[in-house]
Write a protein that binds this ligand. Structure first.
Ligand code: FEC
Length: 314
């Protein structure tokens, strides 16, 4: 009989309905309910994206299903069987629910991975801490993939997307050298730097690897989606960057949000609506690379990272 290994696939999570936005936002704010104005503002952002649906939920479901298939193929001739469980950070099924289900299914050994390629104490580590606490409680032995930001298949998938959009710019009359590629990721509070957090450097490493593979030389990095809190967040912000680029007479910009792997609010609103509005004001042509979603190359990345982590932890 094959030994079952649990795979906890963790993702940010999104509400299930418009009515669920308040509970979701309260969870993100660590139990503090948002003010009516904050709630309305977030609800309006969800309404503005693709008809007010929550694409992240379906995308995460597909990613987990496709990863399960990739792992099934991998383990066909082996004496192990991988079983994927979903665990969301801010919505149901929560990280703890996924581990509870594993324990009920009799799983004794598991690996966790986050659907975000870059490690930060404030992102990946916070998923890991919650998972480890629950795993200790129910007695499942866990190991975690902490980052996979330089996996060759990940770089290949992003590079293909960059090239595809550069071709569209060419059709529109702009040579690749005339297009500024802006790699982006979710900003975090600046205080992460004091503790030597590797997040900014890992993001730059991914950017450099894609630039090298695609041969682009005109690129830079910008942060997006910073929280509206009093403390400083990592910059430069992408909207400010667009304004500075305009002053440098840059007319064509391609955004590559490499810190995200799915179509969701931070991409469909912050880039496709908010950044597009700024680009329009500046008379700039702005395009965005397609998100990875369930690209087989991304599934291979996740599969390899999981298998490698399990081997390392033996
Ligand atoms: O489509 C959706 O429904 C969900 C989109 C979504 C993703 C996402 C990913 C990341 N976040 C990260 C950090 C923070 C920090 C705060 C924060 C707040 C929000 C709010 C919403 C939201 N995030 Fe998010 N994030 C998404 C959505 N995020 C909504 C609350 C309102 C707002 O500020 O816009 C500040 C609160 C806190 O301290 O926790 C920090 C990071 C990622 C990428 C890594 C990952 O996926 O885990 C980092 C998707």
């Amino acid at each position: 009989m094959k030994t079952k290994i649990g795979v906890l696939v963790m993702s940010y999570g999104t509400p299930e309905s418009m009515e669920g936005i308040e509970a979701y936002y309260t969870h993100i704010r660590r139990g503090h309910a948002p003010s009516p104005e904050q709630l309305e503002e977030l609800t309006d952002r969800y309404k503005a994206i693709v008809g007010g649906v929550f694409p992240l939920r379906e995308n995460t479901n597909h990613q987990v299903e496709n990863l399960q298939e990739a792992l099934d193929t991998e383990s066909r001739l082996l004496d192990v069987e991988y079983v994927c469980y979903q665990g969301l950070k801010h919505a149901s099924p929560f990280i703890e629910d996924g581990i509870e289900r594993m324990a009920k299914d009799g799983i004794k050994k598991a690996v966790g991975i986050v659907l975000a390629p870059h490690y930060s104490t404030m992102s990946v580590e916070s998923y890991v801490k919650r998972a480890q606490a629950k795993a200790d409680e129910v007695g499942v032995e866990f190991t975690f993939v902490k980052s996979y930001h330089l996996h060759p298949q990940l770089i290949e998938a992003f590079s293909r997307r960059v090239k595809a959009k550069l071709d569209l710019f060419k059709e529109a009359g702009a040579e690749p050298s005339e297009v500024r590629v802006l790699f982006s990721a979710h900003s975090l509070p600046e205080r992460i730097l004091k503790a030597g957090d590797p997040y900014p450097e890992q993001l730059l490493e991914t950017s450099r690897a894609i630039a090298e593979k695609t041969g682009i030389t005109s690129w830079q990095f910008a942060w997006q989606s910073a929280g509206r809190t009093a403390e400083p967040w990592l910059g430069p912000d992408i909207l400010d960057t667009l304004r500075s680029l305009s002053k440098e007479q840059v007319k064509n910009v391609l955004v590559a949000p490499i810190g995200f792997v799915s179509d969701h609010l931070e991409v469909l609103y912050d880039l496709d609506i908010e950044a597009q509005e700024v680009a329009k004001e500046l008379d700039m042509r702005l395009m965005r690379i397609d998100m990875l979603n369930s690209d087989p190359l991304y599934m291979e990345t996740l599969r390899d990272a999981i298998v490698e982590q399990l081997q390392k932890s033996k």
